[in-house]
Ligand binder design. Structure first.
Ligand code: FES
Ligand SMILES: [Fe+2]
Length: 452
């Protein structure tokens, strides 16, 4: 092993192996410093637009000490405010016990302590005995503090830094790569959250690479090869599968099972995925896969099985008013299967469904996080189910996710071991890990991956 210590300077490729110090995962000082240096500086995915369809609908979003109220102020306008009363600092909207966030509808926000009242535009509309302040409650001093808010992909994004650059710039190039998938048209099928015993980075990194698939999810090895790449994309990163020998990788997440009879293995993989992950596919794809054996002759080449499966499922969905995005195969190959949006959000996209993960710190404890996953798909107009965030104990998550969970707490423990010499992510398959830490170090001023 060569000399460790040089900071990576040319970030865009990160092709060389690096060592990732454990500090970012386990240090209480680092976790406390994240509040000011990271969480109060970056754009954060804070909710979905469909959660606040009508004027007066609101949700809250918490990130460590900070809480934000996001409200539909008018048909066209979403606004965000610091969730704190400017009178004496009461949190204005409480999160009900056991809930991930508050959600409701109001004409205005009334503080429960002394009754100061605020309109949907954040302006104060009522202060009891206002004259006692002798005219000094002016110039916005009695109004709610505003928070930067913008939208992309059907999500609401907030930034606690009033000086931050625009969201569109921040999301580059992820947004442009994901726009063709029409993610804003998808609605959740389920969404779960849990407080977990690991750092938020450990949780996100359990899903940002394909290197773990063969060992952590050995059942999938019956269905094909899951070796995949990871690329650094500025602040963000993405991952995708390598093409099977002699083929272009242009199918993204909607992949065929391999083996002697792809008609059979595709059905097996689809049934397994639906039953054990409950994501990354849809009921339409599963049911068409189950008919491949009846509808295609034995010996149909894999490429034709794939084409028939996807075209038939697309047509059947279209007939019930569910229109998949059209994405050019060359684009699919570049877009891969998932994007890690810096710092704590992952979008696993496809033309007809997506799986998203987010992890946030639980207070400033480096050993705990709030982990959540939401699974989306396309629905006929008006038929999307009403879902809520369901607190779900680890043993009640889909089995494939439990396999990932089994590593997460153990990684957190292992990284504290005096004998741990820092992470050594695979430079090809786990470059997303190096990318995260390289970018984190820009905000944090510490913890950069070290070259050998
Ligand atoms: S703290 Fe809100 S009205 Fe007093
Ligand atoms: Fe996994």
């Amino acid at each position: 092993m060569g000399e460790i210590g040089k900071i990576v300077q040319a970030p865009e490729d990160l092709v060389a192996p690096v060592n990732v110090p454990a500090e970012a995962y386990i240090s209480p000082d680092y976790a406390r410093a994240e509040v000011d240096r990271l969480w109060r500086k970056v754009w954060l995915q804070a909710g979905r637009l469909e959660d606040i369809p009508e004027v007066g609908d609101y949700i809250t979003f918490d990130i460590v000490h900070d809480s934000v109220i996001i409200v539909r102020a008018s048909a066209q306008e979403i606004r965000a405010f610091h969730n704190v009363c400017p009178h004496r600092g009461r949190k204005l909207v409480d999160v009900p016990a056991g809930k991930r966030n508050a959600r409701g509808t109001r004409k205005n926000f009334i503080c429960g302590y002394h009754g100061w009242t605020f309109g949907l535009d954040g302006a104060n509309t009522y202060v009891e005995h206002q004259e006692d302040w002798q005219g000094h409650l002016c110039g916005g001093l009695a109004d709610l503090g505003t928070v930067r808010v913008d939208t992309w992909g059907g999500w609401i994004w907030i930034n606690l830094d009033a000086e931050a650059g625009p969201l569109a710039e921040y999301l580059n190039p992820a947004a442009a790569m994901l726009d063709p998938y029409g993610l804003e048209n998808m609605r959740p099928r389920w969404r779960k959250w849990v407080i977990f015993e690991c750092n938020w980075k450990v949780a996100m990194e359990a899903f940002c690479e394909t290197y773990h698939v063969s060992t952590t999810h050995p059942e999938f090895m019956d269905f094909g090869q899951f070796r995949g790449w990871a690329r650094n994309q500025g602040l963000h990163s993405n991952i995708g599968y390598d093409a099977p020998k002699g083929q272009e990788e242009d199918s993204g997440k909607l992949r065929l099972g391999t083996g002697e009879d792809p008609r059979a293995t595709t059905a097996e993989m689809q049934n397994f995925t639906w039953a054990n992950a409950n994501t990354n596919t849809t009921m339409t794809l599963v049911s068409v896969a189950n008919r491949l054996k009846d509808e295609l002759p034995e010996g149909t080449p894999a490429a034709d099985v794939s084409k028939y499966w996807l075209q038939t499922a697309r047509a059947e969905d279209e007939a019930r008013g569910v229109v998949w995005a059209q994405v050019d195969p060359a684009h699919t190959a570049q877009a891969g299967t998932a994007w890690q949006i810096f710092p704590n959000f992952q979008i696993g996209h496809a033309v007809n469904n997506m799986l998203c993960y987010q992890a946030r710190p639980y207070g400033t404890d480096p050993d705990k996080c709030i982990f959540e996953a939401a699974v989306y798909e396309l629905w006929p107009e008006g038929e999307a189910p009403a879902t809520e965030w369901e607190y779900t104990e680890p043993q009640d998550w889909p089995p494939v996710l439990q396999q990932d969970f089994a590593n997460m707490a153990a990684v957190q423990q292992g990284m504290k071991n005096v004998g741990f010499r820092g992470g050594q992510p695979n430079p090809y398959m786990e470059r997303s890990v190096a990318s995260l830490h390289m970018n984190l170090a820009r905000f944090m001023g510490t913890g950069a991956p070290r070259t050998y």
